[in-house]
Design a protein around this ligand. Structure first.
Ligand SMILES: Cc1cc2nc3c(=O)[nH]c(=O)nc-3n(C[C@H](O)[C@H](O)[C@H](O)COP(=O)(O)OP(=O)(O)OC[C@H]3O[C@@H](n4cnc5c(N)ncnc54)[C@H](O)[C@@H]3O)c2cc1C
Length: 366
């Protein structure tokens, strides 16, 4: 049988990972990126892989499975910029640790209560330590933009055509079927087009008459100068979460903040820097190296959109927040669906059909 031709639009963590998984599954892939490889939101990501927040059971299952797949990828491809990292949940003020522990251990998530002495023993570099916290041993951290470049290069080495600095300006339609794209001044034909374009997804899907309900939410992240090792784990403390990368730099953000931090990034960066310094016994040498304000691409109901739109063929959409966590599971499942029409049960509730009028009316009537 002839190889399926698939065009993937977007060279961030989601598009590049889909291209990689498609090539591994036997497709002929063209990856098209408007700028350089690595994405727009992906370089602004904290890169924490977790299954802890805002969880329904299907969303938890998807995230947890992805964490296993990150471990598998790292075992197979040791240069991938992902590292399994224990996480300390120390913020009992904004986060209900008791409920979190009860819900998640019920789902076999490996969590352990620690008292202050145990926390200090694990992380002697921390100065502010609460009376108790939770240790998670299932999670990890990925450098999302370098990982996107890594996936794209792997795909290219296995035969994908990777095109950068070229914007897709139109989808080529024949009736209800997408037949290809116009990119730069070329028309490229394909059996399937995958829109994995982060915040560009809505405009591209609209070209096929598809409305993707989406919004975006800004998030500030700072990076520090490299210093000797101060913490081993990813730390979720009150008002700041931070981790130290392999190169010694610290990355920090504030999940639950809003206006002040994001609205004034210069002042917000200084605030985050002070918060990390206050957390550490030895803050020597920790200076601000830079910051990013990224706009998270978030589907209307906060959950990933992965699948074919209703009433269109030749088109597939993959857009989500938590793309750093979800890339392996979603992209692996998307590749299988695109090539074999096999829909992974893990994706059951994450299709576009949940937004169709009939579906919304049926849910309202329940
Ligand atoms: C502050 C912050 C912290 C975060 N922390 C985490 C975290 O800890 N864990 C986690 O899992 N997630 C986190 N996220 C979310 C995660 O970073 C995103 O879900 C993920 O990066 C989205 O990847 P993407 O590939 O969809 O988008 P992008 O990285 O934006 O890539 C999309 C690409 O598509 C290209 N494109 C768009 N339109 C076109 C077109 N017409 N033609 C060609 N190319 C096009 C763009 O140029 C871009 O390169 C965080 C996000 C932010 C902002």
């Amino acid at each position: 049988m002839a190889q399926k031709q698939v065009i993937v639009v977007g060279g961030g963590i989601i598009g590049a990972s889909i291209a990689f998984h498609l090539v591994e599954a036997g497709a002929q892939v063209t990856l098209i990126e408007a700028g350089e490889l690595g994405g727009i939101v992906s370089p602004c990501s904290f890169g924490w892989t977790n299954a802890s927040h805002k969880n329904t059971r299907p969303y938890f299952n998807l995230r947890f499975q992805s964490m296993h797949l990150w471990d598998d990828l790292a075992a197979r491809l040791p240069d991938i910029p992902y590292r399994k990292t224990e996480v300390l949940y120390l913020d009992g003020k904004t986060f209900d640790l008791d409920t979190f522990y009860a819900n998640h251990t019920g789902w076999d998530y490996p969590l352990q209560w620690l008292d202050e002495t145990q926390i200090r023993k694990l992380e002697p570099g921390l100065t502010v330590v609460p009376e108790r916290g939770i240790l998670s041993t299932a999670e990890g951290a990925v450098e999302a933009s370098p990982a996107a470049v890594f996936f794209a290069k792997q795909a290219e080495a296995k035969g994908a055509w990777v095109v950068t600095n070229t914007e897709v300006t139109r989808l080529v339609m024949q009736g209800d079927t997408v037949k290809g794209v116009i990119a730069g001044d070329e028309t490229l034909a394909a059996d399937e087009v995958v829109i994995a374009s982060g915040n560009g997804t809505k405009d591209l899907a609209a070209m096929a008459g598809i409305d993707v309900p989406m919004y975006s939410k800004p998030g500030l992240l700072i990076s520090t100068t490299p210093v000797s090792h101060r913490v081993q784990r990813l730390i979720l403390a009150e008002e700041v979460h931070f981790r130290q990368r392999a190169d010694g730099t610290l990355s920090a953000g504030e999940d639950f903040g809003g206006g002040e931090i994001n609205g004034n990034p210069e002042a917000g960066s200084q605030m985050l820097l002070e918060r990390i310094r206050n957390q550490l016994v030895d803050p020597t040498g920790i200076e601000l190296a830079g910051y990013t304000v990224g706009h998270r691409p978030i589907p209307g109901d906060d959950h990933p959109i992965v699948g074919r739109p209703v009433n269109r063929s030749g088109l597939y959409i993959a857009v989500m927040h938590s793309g750093a966590t979800l890339a392996p599971v979603v992209c692996n499942a998307a590749a299988r669906e695109l090539l074999n029409d096999e829909r992974d049960p893990l994706l059951a509730t994450f299709g576009m059909e949940r937004f169709s009028e009939a579906q919304v009316a049926a849910s309202a009537a329940e």
